[in-house]
Design a protein around this ligand. Structure first.
Ligand code: H2U
Ligand code: ZN
Length: 350
């Protein structure tokens, strides 16, 4: 019997982080008598008087939102990082090291309409979200003490999202956070060796292989990465190697909005539910240096596994040893790719 990557347990290497994951596709058949999640409540009003992100409402911090239309950004009332933290360090021997960290945290509302999510928003309104990301990336990145800007979205209560109103967050910090730091090192090493970005070469191969592709437009590709950990993990990669979203041309911004919508429609259609995930952009640091090795991409980490109510747990072996997945990245890609391209609620509502 010879090794077959589709059938036999194996380890896969993630060249972006340098980590390994375990793939055990034969395990997807095991019975499940554990926790079952409640499907997300689908019907929501366009305005919820109790929502702290809706226009005109008062937030938990006591501030009142303006009667905004489209996107709206404000400084997080419960920011994890503050801009006026005094600088300082703790160096209590080799084993006790700490450093003060400054930063700015923002909340971004994607729409005034409480009932929407990205896959159900109009393309031109998602484009406004991309424009807001660009504005914020520029403004925060230009601040002298900000060296990294992390734009992200938590969607769905099972992903720790505190509110169903369509929104995301931006945490910007003095230090480079752990994940982008790891990815920066691997991309630099690859670029120094080959003179091309790691994701440029990865994308070129994936476009030929096709088995992990989900959807693409002229500027972006959405795929299930070879090294995906979460069952339906995906990545959006720019076809042109750019270091950050400010280098995108006008049409490319629209294409980013387009692929964001197309991928999240696939997600919602998979289990006919509002599909939860944590997603975010990875781009070059904003410390003023040049990062030709950095290649803009967006990660999607969704927790659902076999149905709208069965979640993948990263516990036990995953916590203590190595992350493990049951279905292969290729199986996940095939399932997502074969779904209808129209949002399932649109076909019901028409
Ligand atoms: P999440 O749903 O991803 O947790 O984001 C909501 C953020 O909104 C959260 O970080 C902030 C929380 O601190 N927030 C405010 O800034 N003001 C409020 O009135 C409520 C929530
Ligand atoms: Zn709301």
């Amino acid at each position: 019997m010879s090794f077959n990557i589709e059938e036999h347990p194996h380890r896969r290497y993630n060249p972006l982080t340098g980590d390994w994951i375990l793939v055990s596709s034969h395990r997807a058949k095991r019975p499940w008598q554990g926790q079952v999640e409640k499907p997300a409540n689908q019907e929501r009003p366009k305005h919820d008087p109790g929502c702290y992100l809706c226009p005109g409402n008062e937030r938990a911090g006591g501030h009142k939102n303006p009667h905004y239309k489209g996107t709206y950004v404000f400084t997080n009332d419960f920011s994890a990082l503050l801009s006026d933290t005094p600088s300082g360090e703790l160096n209590d021997g080799e084993l006790f090291t700490a450093k003060a960290e400054r930063g700015i945290c923002k909340v971004i509302c994607f729409s005034e309409d409480h009932s929407l999510t990205i896959p159900e928003m109009e393309l031109e309104n998602i484009r406004k979200v991309v424009d807001l990301w660009c504005e914020q990336f520029q403004e925060l990145g230009n601040a002298p003490q900000i060296n990294y800007v992390q734009i992200f979205e938590n969607k769905g209560a099972i992903m720790g999202c505190s509110n169903p109103h369509p929104h995301g967050q931006i945490w910007s910090s003095e230090g480079i956070p752990a994940e982008p730091e790891k990815e920066g090192k691997t991309q630099k090493a690859y670029f120094e060796k080959h003179g091309r970005t790691l994701l440029n070469d990865y994308l070129e191969s994936e476009l030929k292989k096709e088995i992990r592709l989900l959807v693409q437009n002229d500027s972006f590709v959405a795929l299930v990465p070879f090294w995906a950990v979460w069952p339906f993990e995906a990545m959006i990669v720019s076809k042109r190697p750019v270091q950050n979203i400010l280098q995108l041309k006008d049409t490319e911004r629209t294409h980013l909005a387009d692929i964001y919508k197309k991928l999240t429609i696939m997600y919602d259609n998979l289990f006919k539910t509002s599909f939860a995930y944590s997603a975010g952009l990875h781009q070059a640091p904003t410390d003023g240096k040049d990062y030709p090795e950095w290649h803009l991409h967006m990660h999607f980490y969704p927790p659902l596994l076999r149905s709208a109510t069965i979640k993948k747990f990263m516990v036990g072996y995953e916590m203590l040893a190595t992350p493990q997945r049951d279905i292969t990245a290729e199986q996940a890609a095939r399932r997502l790719r074969d779904l209808p391209k129209t949002h399932y609620r649109k076909s019901i509502n028409q």
